[in-house]
Design a protein around this ligand. Structure first.
Ligand SMILES: *Cc1c(COP(=O)(O)O)cnc(C)c1O
Length: 385
């Protein structure tokens, strides 16, 4: 059996929506973009949404709109997809990493204040795997130190912390969602910035569109901007997908629950740690399903074994500070952020998508069980395979 890691859920309606755009006059900056932006803002409960070409470009313009400039420092997590930290570097600011907390792998509020210096301007907080960070506590810390909060909610469309949707202005000055094909909904490539701040909205709109002014003429450029626009075909696909988001979230919840059941015996045996959901999470929009092997088990050997048996899987995440470019440029090495590094050494993202079948999940669980049993028999994976 072959089980992919992820697979987009594209319907006949989705295809019709894209083809509909192709039959009309607007392929860019048309009505679908505006409609999609409003729909995403409604999801997050914010006043404004700004469609962009990717989650990464969204983070870039969000930071610029808050006035982050070279020499500033932005506190963030080393346990994320690399884009969350790279976006800080694009502005010329310095990402200052603080470690995550060990239960959900989100930025640890207890460690944030140790990272604050006179140059700190913002906290860029990530909701890892769709699980919200402690957004209210992050907000409180930011207020105490007069810092802005950028929420990288690229993995968390539809999740809620204490009844407040991820991306909401209650916790974040500006937040970003992403719609790459492995996310909860997809536009192919695409993202959306959300905010309650009219000035941030105006700046993001200008920055994604070559620095054009709001009322300006097409060839007037008020500031250094970018082409980070989201085209009409993508926006139409996103709108169509968004109509099924509740259904997607429910399907992913069922898939996660089935994994919890199937894998519980492996956790009870002490071989695995399953994802934990904090009680403050009033709605969880699962992005990926990541398990962590117990320390003596050789995670990389398990990855190889799963792949050999047709189960696509991935280490999630390799810590950002240990990526070759960050080591080279900033001189990071192992030991800097122990919780992040332990999570990075032991995590395995298992196949996870709306339409995975029970049979496929059973195969994944059984394959994993057999590999872990072999490893523990060999004495914690130190034996030869
Ligand atoms: C997906 C993702 C992004 C943005 O990704 P794009 O591919 O640029 O859309 C940013 N941060 C995190 C944590 C992500 O998972």
């Amino acid at each position: 059996m072959k089980v992919p890691l992820s697979r987009p859920d594209v319907s006949e309606d989705d295809r019709r929506a894209v083809l509909g755009v192709l039959s009309g006059p607007h392929l860019a900056l048309g009505p679908k973009l505006a409609e999609f932006e409003q729909a995403i803002a409604r999801m997050a409960g914010t006043s404004y949404g700004i469609g962009v070409s990717s989650g990464t470009s969204g983070l870039h313009v969000a930071l610029l709109a808050l006035g982050i400039v070279p020499g500033d420092e932005v506190i963030t997590t080393p346990f994320s997809f690399i884009a969350s930290s790279n976006a800080i570097l694009y502005t010329g600011a310095l990402p200052v990493f603080v470690d995550v907390e060990p239960e959900t792998f989100a930025l640890d509020p207890d460690r944030v204040e140790a990272g604050v210096t006179p140059r700190t301007r913002a906290i860029l907080v990530v909701d890892p795997f769709g699980h919200p960070a402690e957004l209210d506590r992050i907000r409180d810390i930011a207020q105490r130190h007069h810092l802005k909060v950028v929420e990288d909610a690229c993995e968390a469309l539809g999740s809620e912390w204490k009844g407040v949707p991820c991306g909401n202005g209650r916790y974040a000055d500006v937040a970003v969602f992403a719609f790459y094909p492995n996310k909860q909904i997809t536009t192919g490539e695409g993202g959306c910035v959300v905010t309650d701040d009219p000035e941030v909205d105006k700046l993001c709109r200008s920055l994604r569109n070559q620095g054009r002014g709001e009322m300006g003429v097409w060839l007037d450029h008020e500031r250094l901007g970018y082409n980070y626009r989201l085209d009409e075909m993508s926006a139409a696909l996103g709108l169509s997908q968004l109509r099924r988001l509740d259904e997607f979230i429910a399907a992913r919840q069922r898939v996660a629950e089935r994994y919890q059941q199937l894998l519980k015996p492996l956790e009870d045996a002490g071989w695995l740690r399953l994802p934990k959901v904090r009680p403050e999470v009033t709605r969880l929009s699962w992005f990926v399903y990541v398990v962590h092997v117990a320390p003596p088990i050789d995670r990389d050997a398990v990855l190889v074994g799963l792949r050999e048996r047709g189960v696509e899987c991935r280490p999630y995440f390799t810590p950002i500070h240990l990526q070759p470019f960050y080591r080279q440029r900033f001189g990071y090495h192992e030991g800097a952020f122990p919780v992040t590094e332990a999570a990075g050494r032991t995590g395995i993202a298992l196949p996870f998508f709306n339409r995975i079948t029970e049979e496929e999940q059973e195969y994944v669980a059984e394959t994993l069980r057999a590999l872990l049993r072999d490893q523990t028999r060999k004495g914690g994976g130190r034996g030869e395979r």
